[in-house]
Design a binder for this molecule. Structure first.
Ligand code: ADP
Ligand code: DP6
Ligand code: CO
Length: 377
């Protein structure tokens, strides 16, 4: 009985320190991807069309990632099935996973129609297993790496000819942030104008090698599942926040062009100040949501204070910004800094947030990860 299989992995926004645990080996703290300019709000919840464009950095996939294997066989029992971290997840009718799989099958059918010798995989059930080697649903963008890996894995299985940008149209419908994880380097998700979403896709703004000195450090403040998922949080913000309208109309458009310019010019000051201000703007709209959403906690705010103080001292002595913090929908911090400054940043964070022994060591978590057999980026 014919059976086909493909394994890929996609990176997320992580490398690790705990608020009470800095990475034991700062040299390996090269992070994967993290948002420099956030997506928060949908204008169409079914197609996942955002209310603003966004931009993120995919730094490396050596560390935190989702690894997904998909297989198909004419011998499988009817119905697609999905396992996440070893536990079966229901594929809900009309739900996001089903939408992605239906779109991928449609493209596979086109392959089969063009080539009559191609296996009729589009008619066979799928079996998909994915593992995250970092906390799931904890504000570390597992939906981004997870859905990107799912879409990319099935696209490899189906030998689809579509480009990463075309695949990003499908990943976007799995989880908005997932569309950006199909690329390495600096990636924009262009919100697009069309109602059918055909122009709401990810594009690479610059390759990783364009600015290799840009490093990032992830501070794992909590690995617990967050109380409010990104999906429901942003829906409540769209429904209730007046500040969101200001953000969408008067804040984001200029910042998108300014951060793209800063990346092109390798201007760390410009990049850092927009990144921090966007993070604060995003968490301000969360607070402006009714009832308010609190993703940051006291430790997150203490990290902000430490970075602000480091930057103030550097500017006061005639230097530039040293570091930029940014927080996803969760309490965990990502700190961007140029490579030359990272050892000092790590030791400062270590000093203020000494390690405790009861927190899982991120690098042991990494060692436990499933090996990827092929990967993008
Ligand atoms: P996060 O901040 O981690 O992105 P979200 O609330 O956006 O949290 O999304 C978490 C959800 O993403 C999970 O409950 C699960 O449904 C989905 N998800 C996470 N990882 C994977 C994966 N590897 N494969 C498929 N789906 C995943
Ligand atoms: C704060 O992509 O997780 O990480 O599209 O509903 O799945 P859904 O939400 P998701 O939202 C991510 C929000 C964010 C910012 C960002 O990644 O741009
Ligand atoms: Co998410």
């Amino acid at each position: 009985m014919a059976r086909f299989e493909a394994t890929v992995s996609a990176p997320v926004n992580i490398a690790c320190i705990n608020a009470s645990c800095v990475s034991r080996n700062p040299a390996t703290v090269l992070i994967l991807f993290q948002c420099a300019h956030r997506y928060w709000g949908k204008r169409n919840t079914a197609l996942i069309l955002p209310t603003n464009s966004s931009l993120s950095v995919t730094l490396s996939q050596d560390h935190l990632r989702s690894t997904t294997t998909s297989s198909t066989s004419e011998g499988y029992e009817q119905g697609d099935r999905l396992w996440l971290n070893g536990k079966e997840e229901e594929i809900t009718k009309g739900g996001r996973t089903e939408v992605c799989l239906a779109a991928l099958r449609k493209w596979r059918r086109e392959v089969e129609e063009k080539d009559s010798t191609a296996a009729k995989m589009s008619e066979w059930p799928l079996r998909i297993a994915s593992f995250n080697n970092f906390p799931t649903a904890a504000g570390l963008a597992s939906s981004a790496s997870g859905l990107a890996a799912l879409v990319y894995s099935v696209s490899q299985l189906y030998v689809l000819p579509q480009t990463p940008s075309q695949l990003s149209l499908i990943a976007r419908q799995g989880s908005g942030s997932a569309c950006r994880s199909l690329f390495g380097g600096f990636v924009a998700w262009e919100m697009g104008q069309r109602d059918d979403g055909a122009d709401s896709l990810a594009v690479q703004v610059a390759e990783r090698d364009h600015w290799p000195e840009m490093h990032a450090l992830i501070c794992v403040v909590s690995d617990a599942k967050k109380g409010t998922s990104s999906t429901s949080g942003m829906q409540k913000t769209v429904a209730t926040s007046t500040l969101l309208q200001h953000r969408i109309n008067h804040v984001v458009p200029d910042r998108m062009s300014e951060i793209s310019r800063a990346i092109a010019a390798k201007d760390f000051n410009g990049f850092a100040s927009i990144t921090m201000r966007d993070s604060n703007s995003f968490h301000a709209v969360c607070l402006d949501t009714a009832p308010p959403i609190f993703y940051l906690n006291d430790v997150s705010r203490a990290i902000i204070a430490v970075v602000e103080e480091m930057n103030r001292a550097s500017l006061a002595s005639g230097g530039g910004l040293l570091a930029a913090y940014t927080f996803d929908a969760g309490p965990n911090a990502v700190i961007y800094a140029l490579e030359e400054n990272m050892p000092m940043i790590v030791s400062t964070i270590n000093e203020f947030f000494p390690q405790t022994l009861d927190f899982p060591d991120p690098f042991n978590m990494l060692a436990a990860a499933t090996a990827a057999t092929s990967a993008r980026p």
